[in-house]
Design a protein around this ligand. Structure first.
Ligand SMILES: [Mg+2]
Length: 330
């Protein structure tokens, strides 16, 4: 389907989100045993593998999760403010969270703990928003529109700094914040036609510039910095995914699932649909790796998956409307 690249990015993010949603937190071995292989969007599963938390039980096939809701909120803020406005951007995200039902104390769309705590603090007018440990991928998963903004307006530095600013409002770990900045850049880089080596080199450069050093009060410092992970990808571009999975991990920690996604993007550089399917079938934070992977792959390839998957999305019309307006930012 021929489509504006910005529309393709936002639709792809939602498609990746809905594709991974039913297997969030699943182990790859369980996906194999229970489902064979996820090759198209499914409803949340009624029968779950042992020790697997039940996520998204109130959702249906074609629903998206927090990743897409917050991506759209940020895009709408950019459109309404015709630029980057931190207060409006936060207000819209907080509204997107509180507009949705909380059942048994849990958001049905799977909002992450750090994000929820910061949104509650914002709503209550507290000056301290982000609370430790704040090392999830909640920043990286929602910044696609900032990469688009950088591309559309050429206000690249402003967009990346803004990604860092919105990251600081919800997350405290330097890796979580830097992951959001680097992911914004990654969308911009792939829209701009970087080749694979330029892409990988640029991830290193941006991370070096934006990642603050880890301190003793941060958790899991022994796992290394985000820069360490990107350098690992650069040195191990063609290794088997099993090795990348063991070295990087794909949990909701920013230093796992975000570099795991970048590894997959470069590994499946010219095979985006296969790359998306493989990424999701590694389980872990599958809705977020699916969303981040698909946004990046679409920045390079446009729509790369069946049109039926777009028609399945319940949020399709809203995304078409928002991305149409983003494309007018030029
Ligand atoms: Mg999610």
């Amino acid at each position: 389907m021929k489509m504006h690249p910005y529309t393709a990015i936002l639709l792809a993010g939602a498609v990746g989100d809905t594709l991974g949603m039913p297997v969030e937190c699943w182990k790859p071995v369980d996906i194999k045993e229970y489902l064979g292989r996820v090759i198209a969007p499914l409803p949340p599963q009624k029968i779950l593998p042992k020790d697997t938390p039940a996520w998204f039980t109130h959702l249906e096939k074609g629903d998206i999760t927090d990743d897409t809701l917050l991506t759209v909120a940020i895009a709408e803020s950019i459109i309404e403010k015709n630029g980057l406005d931190l207060t409006d951007c936060m207000n819209r995200q907080v509204d997107a969270y509180f507009a949705n039902p909380i059942i048994d104390g849990k958001s049905i769309y799977g909002f992450g703990g750090s994000t929820v705590k910061a949104f509650e603090n914002w709503k209550q007018g507290n000056t301290m928003l982000a609370v430790p440990p704040g090392l999830g991928n909640g920043v990286a998963m929602k910044v696609a529109a900032l990469g688009i903004y950088a591309h559309a307006t050429r206000k690249y530095v402003e967009a990346l700094q803004f990604a860092g600013d919105i990251g600081t409002l919800t997350h405290t770990d330097p890796r979580a914040i830097a992951a959001g900045v680097v992911q914004s850049h990654a969308v911009y880089a792939l829209l701009s036609g970087y080749d694979k080596q330029q892409f990988l080199d640029s991830l290193v450069e941006v991370c070096m510039e934006y990642e603050y050093p880890l301190k003793d009060n941060h958790l899991q410092t022994e796992r290394g910095s985000l820069l360490d992970k990107i350098e690992w990808i650069s040195a191990n571009q063609n290794v088997d995914e099993q090795i990348a999975y063991r070295a990087l991990g794909n949990s909701c920690n920013a230093f796992e699932s975000v570099p795991f996604t970048w590894f997959m993007v470069q590994k499946y550089w010219d095979a985006p649909l296969e790359g998306l399917i493989v990424t999701v079938n590694w389980g872990g934070d599958a809705d977020s790796t699916g969303a981040m992977y698909a946004s990046l792959a679409a920045a390079r390839h446009g729509i790369f998956f069946p049109n039926e998957w777009i028609d399945m999305l319940k949020i399709k019309d809203k995304i078409l409307d928002v991305s149409q307006k983003l494309s007018e930012l030029h």
